[in-house]
Ligand binder design. Sequence first.
Ligand SMILES: [Zn+2]
Length: 149
Amino acid sequence: MSDTYLSLVPHDPHWHPDEPAAAAAVNVARGLFPQAEHVAVESEEGVTFFDAGANTESVHCPFCGGDIEEWWGGAMDQAFAAGFADLSVTTPCCHKPASLNDLRYVWPAAFGVCALTVVNPGVTSLASEQLRAIEQAMRSPLKAIWQRL
Ligand SMILES: [Zn+2]
């Protein structure tokens, strides 16, 4: 038996919905996933990295496509030490300003202060209309991160 977690993370890593928007998004998600065990907007103490929990992560530069996985580990450690307050970095390959949130993660990943979490939604993918319905209720574009434990 494994558990599936779907986390919907706002695009802006510092943004969180107000209570009515969070409640509306939870209602929409409950309607879309009636079999889900748990649906809630969970707020974190600070900016948190949400990812698929895979052992191997592959990270590429959004500008030149270079493999920056080795550099990324150090950049994440530094940003983590500062509580992810500042996600700005300079890419090691082509020396361009970027955000850790905008790198090309092969496994979907996102930074955020909150996520709408659906535990065992009963499906393994999200249709774009479903995502849009939740985004409209939440009033923010969202990144969908699937985690299977
Ligand atoms: Zn590059």
